[in-house]
Design a protein. Structure first.
Length: 197
């Protein structure tokens, strides 16, 4: 793949080649494909091996997919409806209702990267998103009070960019990153907190 992503230090190409397109083909996914990406997520690193991630998924063409799709904000729903599957990433904030799992979101993020890289290895694309109906989702998904919605991920086969609105077509390219010097500091924090956008 030709990319505008140039690393400062030599890294494996999987980190540069993986990106988050929004143009999905309507090609179906099997449940085994979805479970394979979730299997990769299961093996992510986890503080104290608590494995606080929980996944709720739906395959397009089945009722669960439509339920999950209805929990996305309209902007995301507009393009994610073409994905082969949707996965909601949640994390357990406490196992006993008293002691918090402080790394739950961090660990769920690690699991999300694992499933994204596995999807990429399988010739699929994965697009994580935070545009979710956060107040509605826990009720619809029957989540206990100690389980928090972190993100949703659309997975499937990459489609034609022309399937997107003109505005989204302009954005359908791998994004670049801030320079390492803006995010990595030796010994103590230095610099400014600012959005890369």
């Amino acid at each position: 793949m030709t990319t505008n992503r140039i690393p400062t230090y030599p890294i494996d190409s999987q980190f540069l080649d993986r990106w988050s397109p929004r143009a999905f083909s309507e090609r179906t996914l099997s449940e085994d494909q979805v479970l394979t990406v979730l299997e990769a997520a299961r093996w992510a690193p986890s503080a104290a091996n608590l494995q606080p991630w929980r996944f709720i998924y739906g395959v397009r063409g089945e009722p669960e997919f439509n339920t999950l799709l209805s929990l996305l904000v309209p902007f995301n729903e507009g393009w994610a409806k073409h994905a082969g599957a949707l996965i909601f990433i949640t994390s357990v904030s406490s196992f006993d209702g008293e002691r918090p799992v402080r790394s739950a979101s961090f660990d769920a993020g690690a699991a999300t990267l694992a499933l994204s890289l596995q999807a990429h290895k399988m010739g699929l694309i994965a697009h994580a998103m935070g545009g979710i109906e956060y107040e509605k989702a826990p009720l619809v998904l029957n989540l206990p009070d100690t389980v928090r919605v972190e993100a949703a991920v659309a997975i499937g086969y990459q489609g034609e960019v022309t399937s997107l609105s003109e505005a989204l077509q302009q954005r359908e390219t791998p994004s670049v990153r801030q320079p390492l010097s803006a995010i990595a500091f030796k010994g103590r924090f230095e610099g400014e907190i600012k959005s890369p956008a």
